[in-house]
Design a protein around this ligand. Structure first.
Ligand code: TYD
Ligand code: MG
Length: 466
Protein backbone atom coordinates (compact mmCIF):
# COMPACT_ATOMS: atom_id res chain seq x y z
CA UNK A 1 0.00 0.00 0.00
CA UNK A 2 1.69 3.24 -1.04
CA UNK A 3 1.82 6.06 1.46
CA UNK A 4 -0.35 9.13 0.87
CA UNK A 5 2.39 11.29 -0.63
CA UNK A 6 3.64 8.45 -2.79
CA UNK A 7 0.15 7.73 -4.06
CA UNK A 8 -0.47 11.39 -4.87
CA UNK A 9 2.73 11.33 -6.87
CA UNK A 10 1.62 8.27 -8.77
CA UNK A 11 -1.71 9.93 -9.56
CA UNK A 12 0.11 13.02 -10.76
CA UNK A 13 2.36 10.86 -12.92
CA UNK A 14 -0.67 9.21 -14.43
CA UNK A 15 0.08 5.70 -13.17
CA UNK A 16 -2.92 5.39 -10.91
CA UNK A 17 -6.50 5.69 -12.06
CA UNK A 18 -7.88 9.00 -10.99
CA UNK A 19 -11.36 10.24 -10.26
CA UNK A 20 -12.56 13.41 -11.89
CA UNK A 21 -15.70 15.42 -11.24
CA UNK A 22 -17.61 15.69 -14.52
CA UNK A 23 -19.17 18.92 -13.38
CA UNK A 24 -16.19 21.02 -12.28
CA UNK A 25 -13.21 18.94 -13.36
CA UNK A 26 -11.69 18.60 -9.86
CA UNK A 27 -9.44 15.56 -9.44
CA UNK A 28 -9.98 13.30 -6.43
CA UNK A 29 -7.86 10.46 -5.12
CA UNK A 30 -10.84 8.20 -4.62
CA UNK A 31 -14.46 7.91 -5.60
CA UNK A 32 -17.12 9.52 -3.50
CA UNK A 33 -20.77 10.32 -3.96
CA UNK A 34 -20.32 14.06 -3.69
CA UNK A 35 -17.65 16.33 -5.14
CA UNK A 36 -15.99 18.35 -2.36
CA UNK A 37 -15.01 21.08 -4.80
CA UNK A 38 -18.39 21.96 -6.32
CA UNK A 39 -20.84 20.09 -4.12
CA UNK A 40 -22.45 18.18 -7.01
CA UNK A 41 -23.73 14.66 -6.35
CA UNK A 42 -22.87 11.59 -8.42
CA UNK A 43 -20.56 13.44 -10.76
CA UNK A 44 -17.27 11.70 -9.93
CA UNK A 45 -16.06 9.24 -12.55
CA UNK A 46 -12.99 7.09 -12.80
CA UNK A 47 -10.63 8.14 -15.52
CA UNK A 48 -8.11 5.91 -17.26
CA UNK A 49 -4.49 6.94 -16.70
CA UNK A 50 -2.93 9.15 -19.35
CA UNK A 51 -1.38 7.12 -22.14
CA UNK A 52 1.71 9.31 -22.29
CA UNK A 53 2.43 10.97 -18.98
CA UNK A 54 5.47 13.05 -18.23
CA UNK A 55 8.56 10.87 -18.44
CA UNK A 56 11.61 10.93 -16.19
CA UNK A 57 12.29 13.23 -13.29
CA UNK A 58 11.99 16.91 -14.15
CA UNK A 59 13.33 18.13 -17.45
CA UNK A 60 16.88 16.90 -16.82
CA UNK A 61 19.78 18.32 -18.79
CA UNK A 62 18.22 18.20 -22.27
CA UNK A 63 17.68 21.69 -23.59
CA UNK A 64 14.52 22.72 -25.36
CA UNK A 65 14.34 24.93 -28.44
CA UNK A 66 14.33 28.63 -27.71
CA UNK A 67 11.09 30.47 -28.27
CA UNK A 68 11.12 33.84 -30.00
CA UNK A 69 10.19 36.71 -27.70
CA UNK A 70 8.57 39.93 -28.79
CA UNK A 71 7.93 43.36 -27.31
CA UNK A 72 4.70 43.99 -25.50
CA UNK A 73 4.64 47.39 -27.17
CA UNK A 74 4.74 45.93 -30.69
CA UNK A 75 1.73 47.19 -32.55
CA UNK A 76 -0.60 44.52 -33.86
CA UNK A 77 -3.61 45.23 -35.96
CA UNK A 78 -6.81 44.06 -34.30
CA UNK A 79 -7.70 40.48 -35.23
CA UNK A 80 -9.67 40.21 -38.47
CA UNK A 81 -13.34 39.45 -37.92
CA UNK A 82 -16.12 38.15 -40.08
CA UNK A 83 -19.67 39.18 -39.37
CA UNK A 84 -22.53 36.75 -39.80
CA UNK A 85 -25.16 39.40 -40.34
CA UNK A 86 -27.07 38.06 -37.32
CA UNK A 87 -26.65 41.19 -35.24
CA UNK A 88 -27.37 39.48 -31.92
CA UNK A 89 -24.73 36.80 -32.52
CA UNK A 90 -22.11 39.20 -33.84
CA UNK A 91 -22.45 41.46 -30.81
CA UNK A 92 -22.10 38.58 -28.37
CA UNK A 93 -18.94 37.51 -30.21
CA UNK A 94 -17.59 41.03 -29.67
CA UNK A 95 -18.22 42.31 -33.20
CA UNK A 96 -17.95 39.19 -35.33
CA UNK A 97 -16.07 35.92 -35.51
CA UNK A 98 -12.32 36.24 -34.94
CA UNK A 99 -10.10 34.18 -37.25
CA UNK A 100 -8.55 31.08 -35.69
CA UNK A 101 -10.54 31.37 -32.49
CA UNK A 102 -12.02 28.53 -30.48
CA UNK A 103 -15.55 29.04 -29.21
CA UNK A 104 -17.61 26.86 -26.89
CA UNK A 105 -21.39 27.08 -27.07
CA UNK A 106 -22.90 25.37 -24.04
CA UNK A 107 -26.49 24.80 -23.03
CA UNK A 108 -29.14 22.33 -21.98
CA UNK A 109 -30.05 19.65 -24.51
CA UNK A 110 -32.92 20.74 -26.75
CA UNK A 111 -32.48 24.46 -26.07
CA UNK A 112 -31.63 25.17 -29.71
CA UNK A 113 -27.83 25.06 -30.04
CA UNK A 114 -27.85 23.04 -33.26
CA UNK A 115 -30.51 25.32 -34.73
CA UNK A 116 -28.55 28.44 -33.84
CA UNK A 117 -25.28 27.11 -35.22
CA UNK A 118 -26.82 25.81 -38.42
CA UNK A 119 -28.32 29.24 -39.01
CA UNK A 120 -25.01 30.91 -38.13
CA UNK A 121 -23.12 28.51 -40.42
CA UNK A 122 -25.41 29.41 -43.31
CA UNK A 123 -24.98 33.13 -42.68
CA UNK A 124 -21.19 32.92 -42.37
CA UNK A 125 -20.99 30.76 -45.50
CA UNK A 126 -23.17 33.22 -47.40
CA UNK A 127 -20.75 35.97 -46.31
CA UNK A 128 -17.89 34.13 -47.97
CA UNK A 129 -16.47 32.17 -45.02
CA UNK A 130 -16.04 28.55 -46.13
CA UNK A 131 -17.83 26.55 -43.46
CA UNK A 132 -17.97 22.89 -42.45
CA UNK A 133 -20.65 21.60 -40.09
CA UNK A 134 -19.78 18.29 -38.44
CA UNK A 135 -22.66 16.60 -36.69
CA UNK A 136 -21.88 13.79 -34.30
CA UNK A 137 -25.46 13.50 -33.14
CA UNK A 138 -27.58 13.61 -36.25
CA UNK A 139 -27.25 11.99 -39.65
CA UNK A 140 -26.41 14.31 -42.56
CA UNK A 141 -29.92 13.78 -43.95
CA UNK A 142 -31.43 14.98 -40.67
CA UNK A 143 -29.31 18.12 -40.68
CA UNK A 144 -30.21 18.71 -44.33
CA UNK A 145 -33.90 18.33 -43.52
CA UNK A 146 -33.64 20.84 -40.71
CA UNK A 147 -31.77 23.25 -42.99
CA UNK A 148 -34.56 22.97 -45.54
CA UNK A 149 -37.17 23.64 -42.89
CA UNK A 150 -35.21 26.72 -41.85
CA UNK A 151 -35.11 27.90 -45.46
CA UNK A 152 -31.35 27.41 -45.63
CA UNK A 153 -31.42 24.49 -48.06
CA UNK A 154 -29.07 26.08 -50.57
CA UNK A 155 -26.57 27.64 -48.18
CA UNK A 156 -23.00 26.73 -49.22
CA UNK A 157 -22.26 24.80 -46.01
CA UNK A 158 -20.36 21.50 -46.19
CA UNK A 159 -21.83 18.75 -44.03
CA UNK A 160 -20.36 15.69 -42.37
CA UNK A 161 -21.78 13.22 -39.89
CA UNK A 162 -18.80 11.80 -38.04
CA UNK A 163 -17.52 11.26 -34.52
CA UNK A 164 -13.98 10.01 -35.07
CA UNK A 165 -11.84 13.06 -34.44
CA UNK A 166 -8.83 11.72 -36.29
CA UNK A 167 -10.95 11.43 -39.47
CA UNK A 168 -12.53 14.80 -38.88
CA UNK A 169 -9.18 16.57 -38.50
CA UNK A 170 -7.85 14.87 -41.63
CA UNK A 171 -10.95 15.97 -43.52
CA UNK A 172 -10.64 19.54 -42.28
CA UNK A 173 -6.98 19.52 -43.27
CA UNK A 174 -7.96 18.67 -46.84
CA UNK A 175 -11.14 20.73 -47.09
CA UNK A 176 -9.41 23.78 -45.53
CA UNK A 177 -12.52 25.58 -44.31
CA UNK A 178 -12.24 28.81 -42.35
CA UNK A 179 -14.93 27.83 -39.89
CA UNK A 180 -15.65 24.37 -38.49
CA UNK A 181 -18.63 23.66 -36.25
CA UNK A 182 -18.42 20.52 -34.11
CA UNK A 183 -21.82 19.41 -32.78
CA UNK A 184 -21.22 18.17 -30.13
CA UNK A 185 -17.92 17.80 -28.27
CA UNK A 186 -19.46 15.02 -26.14
CA UNK A 187 -19.89 12.75 -29.16
CA UNK A 188 -16.32 13.11 -30.39
CA UNK A 189 -13.73 10.46 -29.61
CA UNK A 190 -10.04 10.03 -30.11
CA UNK A 191 -8.80 6.51 -30.81
CA UNK A 192 -5.70 7.04 -28.63
CA UNK A 193 -7.69 7.78 -25.49
CA UNK A 194 -8.99 4.72 -23.71
CA UNK A 195 -12.26 6.03 -22.48
CA UNK A 196 -15.85 6.22 -23.72
CA UNK A 197 -17.05 9.24 -25.76
CA UNK A 198 -18.48 11.82 -23.43
CA UNK A 199 -16.11 10.97 -20.56
CA UNK A 200 -13.99 13.76 -19.14
CA UNK A 201 -10.84 12.29 -20.68
CA UNK A 202 -12.32 12.15 -24.18
CA UNK A 203 -13.97 15.55 -23.97
CA UNK A 204 -10.81 17.16 -22.69
CA UNK A 205 -8.54 15.47 -25.23
CA UNK A 206 -10.91 16.19 -28.13
CA UNK A 207 -11.28 19.84 -27.15
CA UNK A 208 -7.51 20.13 -26.82
CA UNK A 209 -6.96 18.64 -30.30
CA UNK A 210 -9.55 20.93 -31.83
CA UNK A 211 -8.34 24.13 -30.18
CA UNK A 212 -4.71 23.47 -31.13
CA UNK A 213 -5.91 22.67 -34.65
CA UNK A 214 -7.72 26.02 -34.71
CA UNK A 215 -4.58 27.95 -33.76
CA UNK A 216 -2.22 25.96 -35.97
CA UNK A 217 -4.31 25.99 -39.12
CA UNK A 218 -6.04 29.33 -38.68
CA UNK A 219 -9.49 27.76 -38.66
CA UNK A 220 -12.16 29.07 -36.31
CA UNK A 221 -13.68 26.20 -34.40
CA UNK A 222 -17.05 26.23 -32.65
CA UNK A 223 -17.63 23.43 -30.16
CA UNK A 224 -21.12 22.59 -28.99
CA UNK A 225 -21.33 21.25 -25.44
CA UNK A 226 -24.32 19.91 -23.54
CA UNK A 227 -24.60 20.76 -19.90
CA UNK A 228 -26.52 18.10 -18.07
CA UNK A 229 -27.73 18.43 -14.55
CA UNK A 230 -27.30 14.77 -13.62
CA UNK A 231 -23.64 14.75 -14.71
CA UNK A 232 -24.00 11.65 -16.89
CA UNK A 233 -21.97 13.29 -19.64
CA UNK A 234 -18.93 15.42 -18.95
CA UNK A 235 -20.02 19.01 -18.62
CA UNK A 236 -18.22 21.43 -20.90
CA UNK A 237 -16.76 23.04 -17.79
CA UNK A 238 -13.49 21.20 -18.38
CA UNK A 239 -13.33 22.78 -21.85
CA UNK A 240 -13.91 26.36 -20.70
CA UNK A 241 -10.24 26.99 -19.91
CA UNK A 242 -9.07 25.84 -23.31
CA UNK A 243 -11.19 28.03 -25.55
CA UNK A 244 -11.12 31.77 -26.28
CA UNK A 245 -14.80 32.38 -25.95
CA UNK A 246 -17.52 30.66 -23.92
CA UNK A 247 -21.12 31.32 -24.83
CA UNK A 248 -24.10 29.89 -22.99
CA UNK A 249 -27.42 29.47 -24.68
CA UNK A 250 -30.10 29.69 -22.04
CA UNK A 251 -33.82 29.97 -21.70
CA UNK A 252 -36.78 28.29 -20.10
CA UNK A 253 -38.17 25.37 -22.06
CA UNK A 254 -41.73 26.71 -21.88
CA UNK A 255 -40.75 30.16 -23.16
CA UNK A 256 -39.84 30.94 -26.71
CA UNK A 257 -37.08 33.38 -25.70
CA UNK A 258 -33.48 32.24 -25.83
CA UNK A 259 -30.53 34.19 -24.54
CA UNK A 260 -27.00 33.77 -25.83
CA UNK A 261 -24.66 34.98 -23.12
CA UNK A 262 -20.90 35.49 -23.35
CA UNK A 263 -19.43 34.30 -20.04
CA UNK A 264 -15.84 34.49 -21.25
CA UNK A 265 -14.48 36.30 -24.27
CA UNK A 266 -10.85 37.00 -25.07
CA UNK A 267 -11.96 39.19 -27.98
CA UNK A 268 -14.82 41.19 -26.54
CA UNK A 269 -16.81 42.06 -23.45
CA UNK A 270 -18.04 39.22 -21.29
CA UNK A 271 -21.63 39.28 -20.04
CA UNK A 272 -22.92 40.52 -23.38
CA UNK A 273 -26.23 38.96 -24.34
CA UNK A 274 -28.06 38.31 -27.59
CA UNK A 275 -31.78 37.67 -27.51
CA UNK A 276 -33.54 35.27 -29.85
CA UNK A 277 -37.01 33.91 -30.20
CA UNK A 278 -37.63 30.27 -31.16
CA UNK A 279 -40.19 30.21 -33.94
CA UNK A 280 -41.43 27.59 -36.38
CA UNK A 281 -38.76 28.82 -38.80
CA UNK A 282 -35.88 28.63 -36.37
CA UNK A 283 -34.40 31.37 -34.23
CA UNK A 284 -35.40 34.93 -34.95
CA UNK A 285 -33.37 37.83 -33.63
CA UNK A 286 -34.99 40.10 -31.09
CA UNK A 287 -33.59 43.56 -31.69
CA UNK A 288 -35.48 45.25 -28.88
CA UNK A 289 -35.56 42.85 -25.95
CA UNK A 290 -37.03 45.36 -23.49
CA UNK A 291 -40.21 45.70 -25.53
CA UNK A 292 -40.45 41.92 -25.65
CA UNK A 293 -39.87 41.34 -21.92
CA UNK A 294 -42.46 43.97 -21.09
CA UNK A 295 -45.14 42.89 -23.52
CA UNK A 296 -48.59 42.20 -22.09
CA UNK A 297 -48.55 44.79 -19.30
CA UNK A 298 -51.82 46.63 -19.57
CA UNK A 299 -53.04 47.67 -16.15
CA UNK A 300 -51.15 48.44 -12.92
CA UNK A 301 -50.86 45.17 -10.99
CA UNK A 302 -49.75 44.71 -7.38
CA UNK A 303 -46.40 42.90 -7.27
CA UNK A 304 -45.33 43.91 -10.75
CA UNK A 305 -42.31 46.23 -11.00
CA UNK A 306 -40.19 47.14 -14.01
CA UNK A 307 -36.46 46.89 -13.45
CA UNK A 308 -34.05 48.80 -15.67
CA UNK A 309 -31.05 46.49 -15.90
CA UNK A 310 -27.82 46.32 -17.86
CA UNK A 311 -26.97 43.13 -19.69
CA UNK A 312 -23.45 43.34 -21.06
CA UNK A 313 -23.19 46.70 -22.75
CA UNK A 314 -26.89 47.18 -23.27
CA UNK A 315 -29.73 48.35 -21.04
CA UNK A 316 -32.59 45.84 -20.84
CA UNK A 317 -35.88 46.48 -19.11
CA UNK A 318 -37.79 43.58 -17.62
CA UNK A 319 -40.69 42.94 -15.32
CA UNK A 320 -40.17 41.50 -11.85
CA UNK A 321 -43.27 39.85 -10.42
CA UNK A 322 -43.91 38.98 -6.80
CA UNK A 323 -46.70 37.09 -5.17
CA UNK A 324 -47.11 37.12 -1.40
CA UNK A 325 -49.79 34.94 0.15
CA UNK A 326 -50.55 33.45 3.58
CA UNK A 327 -49.00 30.01 3.83
CA UNK A 328 -50.92 26.86 4.72
CA UNK A 329 -47.63 25.22 5.80
CA UNK A 330 -45.55 25.57 8.93
CA UNK A 331 -42.54 26.52 6.76
CA UNK A 332 -43.41 29.33 4.32
CA UNK A 333 -42.20 28.86 0.75
CA UNK A 334 -39.58 31.07 -0.84
CA UNK A 335 -39.43 30.44 -4.56
CA UNK A 336 -37.58 32.35 -7.28
CA UNK A 337 -37.36 32.02 -11.05
CA UNK A 338 -34.67 34.05 -12.82
CA UNK A 339 -33.26 35.54 -9.60
CA UNK A 340 -30.92 34.29 -6.92
CA UNK A 341 -32.71 32.76 -3.94
CA UNK A 342 -29.99 33.99 -1.57
CA UNK A 343 -30.53 37.54 -2.71
CA UNK A 344 -34.27 37.22 -2.03
CA UNK A 345 -33.58 35.93 1.48
CA UNK A 346 -31.31 38.92 2.10
CA UNK A 347 -33.88 41.44 0.88
CA UNK A 348 -36.62 39.83 3.00
CA UNK A 349 -34.33 40.00 6.04
CA UNK A 350 -33.55 43.69 5.43
CA UNK A 351 -37.26 44.50 4.96
CA UNK A 352 -38.01 42.79 8.24
CA UNK A 353 -35.10 44.13 10.29
CA UNK A 354 -34.84 47.69 8.94
CA UNK A 355 -38.38 48.51 7.85
CA UNK A 356 -40.39 46.41 10.29
CA UNK A 357 -42.18 44.62 7.45
CA UNK A 358 -42.24 40.92 8.37
CA UNK A 359 -42.92 38.12 5.90
CA UNK A 360 -43.39 35.41 8.51
CA UNK A 361 -46.32 33.15 7.72
CA UNK A 362 -46.31 34.34 4.11
CA UNK A 363 -45.32 32.40 1.00
CA UNK A 364 -43.17 34.45 -1.37
CA UNK A 365 -42.88 33.77 -5.09
CA UNK A 366 -40.62 35.84 -7.30
CA UNK A 367 -40.41 35.65 -11.07
CA UNK A 368 -38.67 37.48 -13.89
CA UNK A 369 -41.09 37.61 -16.80
CA UNK A 370 -39.94 36.22 -20.12
CA UNK A 371 -37.32 33.79 -18.85
CA UNK A 372 -34.52 36.31 -18.32
CA UNK A 373 -32.00 35.58 -15.57
CA UNK A 374 -30.84 38.55 -13.53
CA UNK A 375 -27.66 38.52 -11.48
CA UNK A 376 -27.16 42.27 -11.01
CA UNK A 377 -27.42 43.55 -7.41
CA UNK A 378 -29.02 46.62 -9.02
CA UNK A 379 -32.23 44.60 -9.11
CA UNK A 380 -32.47 44.64 -5.27
CA UNK A 381 -34.62 47.75 -5.08
CA UNK A 382 -36.98 46.50 -7.79
CA UNK A 383 -37.31 43.19 -5.95
CA UNK A 384 -38.04 44.98 -2.68
CA UNK A 385 -40.59 47.19 -4.43
CA UNK A 386 -42.28 44.15 -5.98
CA UNK A 387 -42.41 42.41 -2.58
CA UNK A 388 -43.84 45.48 -0.82
CA UNK A 389 -46.29 46.11 -3.64
CA UNK A 390 -47.54 42.51 -3.47
CA UNK A 391 -47.71 42.48 0.32
CA UNK A 392 -49.55 45.79 0.56
CA UNK A 393 -51.65 45.08 -2.53
CA UNK A 394 -50.55 48.46 -3.81
CA UNK A 395 -49.52 48.67 -7.48
CA UNK A 396 -46.88 51.10 -8.75
CA UNK A 397 -47.91 53.29 -11.70
CA UNK A 398 -47.41 51.45 -15.03
CA UNK A 399 -44.83 53.94 -16.26
CA UNK A 400 -42.34 53.57 -13.38
CA UNK A 401 -38.93 51.92 -13.46
CA UNK A 402 -36.95 50.98 -10.35
CA UNK A 403 -33.30 50.14 -9.73
CA UNK A 404 -30.72 50.36 -6.95
CA UNK A 405 -28.63 48.15 -4.70
CA UNK A 406 -29.68 47.47 -1.12
CA UNK A 407 -27.13 47.12 1.64
CA UNK A 408 -27.67 45.19 4.85
CA UNK A 409 -28.04 48.44 6.76
CA UNK A 410 -31.14 49.20 4.71
CA UNK A 411 -29.45 51.97 2.72
CA UNK A 412 -30.05 52.13 -1.01
CA UNK A 413 -26.92 52.62 -3.08
CA UNK A 414 -26.50 54.09 -6.57
CA UNK A 415 -25.54 51.69 -9.34
CA UNK A 416 -23.47 52.05 -12.49
CA UNK A 417 -24.79 53.36 -15.81
CA UNK A 418 -27.77 55.16 -14.31
CA UNK A 419 -28.03 57.44 -17.33
CA UNK A 420 -28.13 54.56 -19.83
CA UNK A 421 -30.85 52.85 -17.80
CA UNK A 422 -32.97 56.01 -17.63
CA UNK A 423 -32.49 56.68 -21.33
CA UNK A 424 -33.74 53.22 -22.28
CA UNK A 425 -36.72 53.68 -19.95
CA UNK A 426 -37.60 57.04 -21.52
CA UNK A 427 -37.30 55.48 -24.96
CA UNK A 428 -39.86 52.86 -24.01
CA UNK A 429 -42.33 55.39 -22.67
CA UNK A 430 -41.57 55.25 -18.95
CA UNK A 431 -41.90 58.62 -17.31
CA UNK A 432 -41.07 57.96 -13.64
CA UNK A 433 -38.16 56.36 -11.86
CA UNK A 434 -37.34 55.33 -8.30
CA UNK A 435 -33.63 55.10 -7.55
CA UNK A 436 -30.96 55.71 -4.97
CA UNK A 437 -30.10 59.13 -3.62
CA UNK A 438 -26.78 60.22 -5.08
CA UNK A 439 -27.35 58.49 -8.44
CA UNK A 440 -25.76 60.24 -11.39
CA UNK A 441 -28.93 60.90 -13.33
CA UNK A 442 -27.22 63.31 -15.74
CA UNK A 443 -29.01 66.05 -17.55
CA UNK A 444 -30.52 63.99 -20.34
CA UNK A 445 -33.40 62.58 -18.36
CA UNK A 446 -36.53 64.62 -18.34
CA UNK A 447 -38.53 62.19 -16.26
CA UNK A 448 -39.61 62.72 -12.66
CA UNK A 449 -37.00 60.86 -10.70
CA UNK A 450 -37.64 59.90 -7.12
CA UNK A 451 -34.39 59.60 -5.20
CA UNK A 452 -34.62 57.57 -2.01
CA UNK A 453 -31.91 57.25 0.63
CA UNK A 454 -32.99 53.96 2.17
CA UNK A 455 -35.45 51.11 2.16
CA UNK A 456 -37.69 52.46 4.98
CA UNK A 457 -38.36 55.48 2.74
CA UNK A 458 -39.56 53.14 0.00
CA UNK A 459 -41.62 51.01 2.38
CA UNK A 460 -43.18 53.88 4.34
CA UNK A 461 -43.19 56.72 1.84
CA UNK A 462 -44.39 54.86 -1.24
CA UNK A 463 -46.23 51.78 0.01
CA UNK A 464 -47.27 52.94 3.45
CA UNK A 465 -45.83 49.82 5.06
CA UNK A 466 -43.80 49.33 8.22
P1 TYD B 1 -31.93 21.86 -31.19
O1 TYD B 1 -31.27 22.92 -31.98
O2 TYD B 1 -31.93 20.50 -31.76
O3 TYD B 1 -31.38 21.81 -29.71
P2 TYD B 1 -29.95 21.36 -29.16
O4 TYD B 1 -29.03 21.24 -30.29
O5 TYD B 1 -29.57 22.45 -28.19
O6 TYD B 1 -30.15 20.08 -28.44
O7 TYD B 1 -33.42 22.41 -30.96
C1 TYD B 1 -34.36 21.58 -30.49
C2 TYD B 1 -35.68 22.25 -30.25
O8 TYD B 1 -35.95 23.40 -31.01
C3 TYD B 1 -36.71 21.25 -30.59
O9 TYD B 1 -37.41 20.95 -29.40
C4 TYD B 1 -37.57 21.88 -31.59
C5 TYD B 1 -37.25 23.32 -31.54
N1 TYD B 1 -37.28 23.96 -32.88
C6 TYD B 1 -38.25 24.89 -33.16
O10 TYD B 1 -39.11 25.21 -32.34
N2 TYD B 1 -38.26 25.50 -34.39
C7 TYD B 1 -37.34 25.18 -35.34
O11 TYD B 1 -37.38 25.74 -36.44
C8 TYD B 1 -36.34 24.20 -35.02
C9 TYD B 1 -35.30 23.80 -36.02
C10 TYD B 1 -36.34 23.63 -33.78
MG1 MG C 1 -28.19 19.47 -31.04
Amino acid sequence: MPSGACRAKEIAMGKEPRFTCTSCGAVHAKWSGRCDACGAWNTIQEEAPLASGPSGKGLGGARGASVSLSDLAASDTPPPRTVSGMGELDRVLGGGLVDASAILVGGDPGIGKSTLLLQAAARFAANGLSTVYVSGEEAAAQVRMRAQRLGLGDAPVQLAAETNLRDILTTLDTAKPRLAIIDSIQTMWLDNVESAPGSVAQVRASAHELTTFAKRRGVSVVLVGHVTKDGQIAGPRVVEHMVDTVLYFEGERGHQFRILRAVKNRFGPADEIGVFEMTGQGLAEVGNPSALFLSGREAPTPGSVVFAGIEGTRPVLCEIQALVAPTPHSQPRRSTVGLDGGRLAMILAVLEARCGVPFTGLDVYLNVAGGLRISEPAADLAVAAALLSAREDEPLPLDTVVFGEISLSGAVRPVSQTEARLKEATKLGFSQAILAEGSKTGTSSGEPVRLIPDLPTLAGGIFGAG
